[in-house]
Ligand binder design. Structure first.
Ligand SMILES: Cc1cc2nc3c(=O)[nH]c(=O)nc-3n(C[C@H](O)[C@H](O)[C@H](O)COP(=O)(O)OP(=O)(O)OC[C@H]3O[C@@H](n4cnc5c(N)ncnc54)[C@H](O)[C@@H]3O)c2cc1C
Length: 392
């Protein structure tokens, strides 16, 4: 892969709106990505392998639980810092950002928000350092966009619960030490359980042959009469709203993360267009290429402003699920379109692993599908503005 010459676009001087802490946190993540991700990521994506050696670095830049209080090992940062960390990591690779998102928003967040004090103390500090890694099991073979139909269930078996069922498409599952699993109790109510690797009847086979998020490990969670201690039930919240609360937090991070992938594609295409000569001129001199680049920076700037305002609302505790949906949907779609256009600017070179664009493009095909598909987020906005849900 080519040396990482990334320069972040900031067309509307967003830096003026960030605090010193935001910029410090962002710049530390940016430097780490340049040093520890860019040189290795292409080969790990080609091998379809997660680079486990980066876990310590992710913890050091505060990517595991950025907004979890320091008393539980988190970084105690605000939501804009969280977003900026996600942006910088995804600038490197969406798969690496996925690992961090799952750990923070889908594992640490539910344990912090719905867990008992004992669960918080037992798991959060180790999750913050990466000593323990987690995954989040909501999706099932027969239930993706409609998780309320889930079939995984548990029943009271005296001094423990007995868990049965299966989850599919679970990021981090092949190496996770714990899984936050959503299952129905005997009354059909959804609750969260912490399942630990090593429990009898619990297995995590890896999913192979992905053309997307190849540097992120994805797999199944299989529960065959798993005895889960009663102390592992998340007591604070039940019902579908519990996992959806986690998804709000993760989708918010994705809204920022996608900007990172788009910035990297734009920056690569701009540099290439200024250097590549055809018909005696740099291709950047042609109007058709300028149109592509001008539209890219316009869309990135709009996405940055959307994410920044959403971050302010989140800091004030005012961001709605529907506002988060809009930002996730818009920003991922924007990034995917930019990746496709940027690839064309590079001509044949754009399909090689010498540049990051094709990898970003393929990664973003997962990002536009997980955490609520592009269509489902549109339906969320539609239901919000009309008052008429069109899901069924
Ligand atoms: C790489 C990767 C990692 C993932 N990681 C995780 C994870 O860590 N944990 C986890 O729980 N899940 C994870 N997922 C699963 C992901 O969240 C689901 O794939 C997603 O929710 C969509 O579900 P589905 O794939 O079953 O598609 P489906 O729900 O079958 O949808 C198929 C198509 O139908 C459309 N559709 C569905 N319902 C409607 C409707 N009512 N109206 C109109 N169109 C509709 C969808 O928009 C989509 O285009 C991951 C997925 C991928 C690809």
């Amino acid at each position: 892969m080519k040396p990482d010459l990334f320069e972040a676009p900031d067309y509307y001087n967003l830096d003026d709106l960030f605090s010193e802490e935001h910029k410090l946190v962002r710049d530390a993540a940016r430097q780490w990505v340049k040093r520890d991700i860019s040189p290795i990521i292409e080969s790990y994506a080609q091998k379809a392998e997660f680079p486990k050696q980066i876990l310590g670095g992710l913890a050091e830049i505060g990517a595991f639980g950025p907004y979890i209080p320091e008393t539980y090992g988190g970084a105690g940062l605000d939501q804009i810092s969280y977003g900026l960390i996600m942006q910088e990591i995804e600038r490197g690779d969406s798969g690496v950002r996925s690992t961090a998102s799952v750990q923070s928003s889908l594992v640490m967040y539910p344990i912090y928000t719905y867990g008992s004090e004992e669960q918080r103390k037992k798991y959060l500090p180790k999750l913050a350092t990466g000593e323990l890694m987690g995954c989040f099991g909501l999706t099932e073979p027969n239930h993706g966009s409609n998780p309320s139909g889930m079939e995984t269930k548990f029943k009271d078996a005296g001094d423990h619960y007995l868990l049965n069922g299966a989850k599919l498409w679970i990021s981090n599952s092949p190496f996770a030490d714990i899984a936050v699993v959503w299952a129905k109790n005997e009354d059909g109510r959804i609750q969260g359980l912490i399942v630990e690797r090593g429990m009898d009847g619990f297995s995590t086979p890896e999913t192979h042959n992905k053309w997307s998020l190849r540097a992120s490990a994805t797999g199944e969670l299989i529960f065959d009469n798993v005895k889960v201690p009663k102390a592992n039930l998340l007591p604070g919240k039940s019902g579908l709203g519990a996992p959806l609360g986690c998804l709000d937090s993760a989708r918010y991070g994705i809204a920022w993360g996608a900007i990172g992938a788009a910035m990297d594609c734009y920056d690569t295409a701009l540099r290439y267009a200024k250097e590549r000569m055809q018909f005696g001129k740099p291709i950047a001199a042609f109007q058709l290429q300028q149109k592509k680049l001008a539209e890219m920076i316009t869309e990135i700037t709009k996405a940055q402003l959307l994410a920044f305002r959403l971050g302010q609302l989140k800091n004030e505790g005012k961001a709605t699920t529907q506002q988060i949906s809009m930002a996730k949907r818009n920003n991922v779609d924007m990034a995917l379109k930019i990746a496709r256009e940027a690839r064309q600017v590079l001509g044949a070179m754009g399909i090689t692993g010498d540049y990051s664009i094709m990898r970003h493009m393929m990664n973003l095909e997962s990002v536009i599908t997980y955490e609520g598909t592009h269509d489902i987020h549109l339906l969320i906005t539609g239901a919000d503005i009309t008052g008429i849900p069109a899901f069924t």
